[in-house]
Design a protein around this ligand. Structure first.
Ligand code: PLP
Length: 365
């Protein structure tokens, strides 16, 4: 978490505050904090505060959009979406559109999947495994031509930390965000929906969030989310430059030091913090364990699904048959340092050599 977010969450927990729906002074204080937080999150998304509906995170925001619109018509999504979009689409009997070998949604296949029955098209702004960024304007043009009544939703959970959403997500009617991807606390997110594109509520009860999502709001979470969003907004261009430089150096040097390594997505289509490599002749599981022992928190696929050790639906959708190869994802964040990159460069080539040597010894025996 960013220090500003930690401090902001602490300030809320340390001050007496009531339920933001109440009438007394402590409740009004909570309500003021919540509404100020809404303004900061809206500013991050380049939208109006009234469009921000706080949720428990990205998963709930995705489900609110997809399952909500499934009540109104057919839902269509891309094959590499996070399961928070894929599973509700599947449950609703929706359509899943193929992606190309570089992970980008196939616009011809999208056009074929659209008709007047479609209520929502959901295409993520950036993929959580590969970092593949979508040109949402191109997607919106296809939607406008083939299903003009449909709304466009984007899962911007990964993109929020890196891209100017005001520009990159402007074509979307609904945008999902999660605080923990941008240095805020876990357990808070938002669905930002234009007034004419609000989904029907999923959680009914006290009518909070203008009836869009009932339940007493997570005031400390929202304030922490806002503090992270403000800190990010102030430093984004410099941070993106710095992290892109570190990521490029790490990737270039790993590719020079290790034979038979490829990247899943070209850099020009990728988020600045993602390095996702395919390495021949090693087991992902052993590599991740050895990296962990070296103090490096890497993953093979996504980190936000329980039991993520299984095959990646993202790579299969891209037509990547891994055979004897494995993937490793080394994601950098706002607080990554040159020393950490050096540590990866010291550790990973030796780990790969060791695993390959062990494999060839076992094969000979
Ligand atoms: N969407 C994407 C692209 C993600 O990477 C994640 C996971 O982190 C989610 C949705 C789920 O968000 P959350 O963990 O806030 O529920």
């Amino acid at each position: 978490m960013r220090p500003q977010a930690i401090a902001a969450v602490g300030r809320v927990h340390q001050s007496p505050h009531g339920n933001p729906t109440g009438a007394h002074a402590t409740a009004r204080r909570a309500r003021r904090w919540l509404e100020e937080a809404r303004e900061s999150v809206a500013a991050l998304a380049g939208r109006d505060p009234v469009e921000v509906c706080f949720t428990s995170g990205g998963t709930e925001a995705d489900d609110l959009a997809v399952s909500g619109f499934a009540e109104r018509g057919t839902v269509v999504c891309g094959a590499t979406e996070h399961h928070a979009v894929l599973y509700p689409t599947d449950r609703a009997g929706g359509r899943v559109v193929a992606v190309g070998p570089d992970g980008g949604i196939d616009l011809d296949a999208l056009a074929e999947a659209l008709d007047p029955s479609v209520a929502l098209v959901s295409v993520m702004l950036a993929n959580n495994e590969t970092g593949r960024v979508t040109d949402l304007d191109a997607v919106a043009a296809v939607v406008t031509e083939h299903a003009p009544e449909a709304r466009l939703h984007t899962d911007a959970v990964q993109a929020g930390a890196w891209l100017d959403l005001d520009v990159a997500a402007s074509a979307a009617d609904l945008v999902s965000l999660s605080a923990h991807k941008l240095g805020g606390p876990m357990g808070i997110g938002a669905l930002v929906a234009r007034r004419q594109a609000e989904p029907p509520p999923r959680v009914l009860g006290g009518g909070q969030e203008r009836g869009r999502r009932s339940g007493t709001q997570n005031v400390a979470g929202a304030v922490g989310f806002a503090a992270a969003a403000e800190a990010l907004g102030a430093e984004r261009p410099a941070m993106v430059e710095r992290i892109r430089g570190l990521r490029d150096r790490m990737e270039d040097e790993l590719m020079a030091a290790i034979d038979s390594v490829t990247s899943t997505v070209p850099r020009r289509h990728r988020l600045p913090g993602t390095c996702h490599l395919v390495i021949d002749g090693v087991s992902a599981e052993s590599m991740i364990v050895l990296l962990d022992e070296a103090g490096i928190a890497a993953s093979a696929a996504s980190s936000c699904a329980s039991g993520a050790a299984g095959a990646s639906h993202v790579l299969s959708a891209m037509g990547r048959d891994l055979g004897a190869a494995s993937t490793v994802r080394l994601s950098l964040g706002w607080c990554s340092t040159p020393d950490e990159v050096d540590h990866v460069l010291d550790a990973l080539p030796g780990i790969v050599d060791g695993l390959r040597a062990r494999r060839s010894t076992t094969a000979r025996a």
